[in-house]
Design a protein around this ligand. Sequence first.
Ligand SMILES: CC(C)(COP(=O)(O)OP(=O)(O)OC[C@H]1O[C@@H](n2cnc3c(N)ncnc32)[C@H](O)[C@@H]1OP(=O)(O)O)[C@@H](O)C(=O)NCCC(=O)NCCS
Length: 187
Amino acid sequence: MNPDGFEGRLPEIPGDSLHLRWLEPADLPALRAIFGDPEIVRFMAVSCLHTDANAEAFLLSILEGFISGNLYQWGVEFQGEIVGTCTLAQIDRDNRRAELGFALARSFHGRGLMGRAVPLLLDFAFGRLGLHRIEADVDPRNLASLKLLEKLGFRHEGVLRDRWLEADGFQDSVMLGLLRREWRGHD
Ligand SMILES: CC(C)(COP(=O)(O)OP(=O)(O)OC[C@H]1O[C@@H](n2cnc3c(N)ncnc32)[C@H](O)[C@@H]1OP(=O)(O)O)[C@@H](O)C(=O)NCCC(=O)NCCS
């Protein structure tokens, strides 16, 4: 059992047109298709999955994150295939907060899918997990992510200068936050 009492795997989070589910070895090709795309990982703190071994190590890190309770990463299943992932990272039970992450295969962009997936995760985070605050750390050039978060009600809370050293130099972080009382149906 992990720190939240989950047995062996993350629970499925059902939705109308898509759902969030536990990732398994059969999903390795899908993970590689998503995170092996340099355009997708461009603004993310993960390395591009160039090889099958990279993808296996990535899946193992998801399992380790589940066991320790520090990182929960669900697959987004749409029409029978894994098209993306939604993540709670840096889960801090003392302060009841976590950091949100998400990624969607490029061929599924522009259809509003992540705008449907993230609310499922937020309901679970503020509900079942009892979190109080969800935060996001976004590269200022990542306009699609900023727009998605703003539409979900995340507020801009500031800019941390030169926070990440990337291939093209130091980059700022835009910090956004959403409190439980600001999310639909929670007070
Ligand atoms: C973030 C992500 C999941 C959004 O995918 P999506 O749900 O299909 O989002 P869309 O392509 O519909 O774009 C979301 C919004 O941003 C807008 N947008 C997209 N690209 C944009 C750009 N380059 N400039 C300005 N606006 C942009 C879209 O028009 C849309 O706005 P709308 O809802 O008002 O129409 C996807 O871009 C992705 O996987 N990115 C790579 C991973 C990543 O960066 N994750 C976040 C790390 S913090």
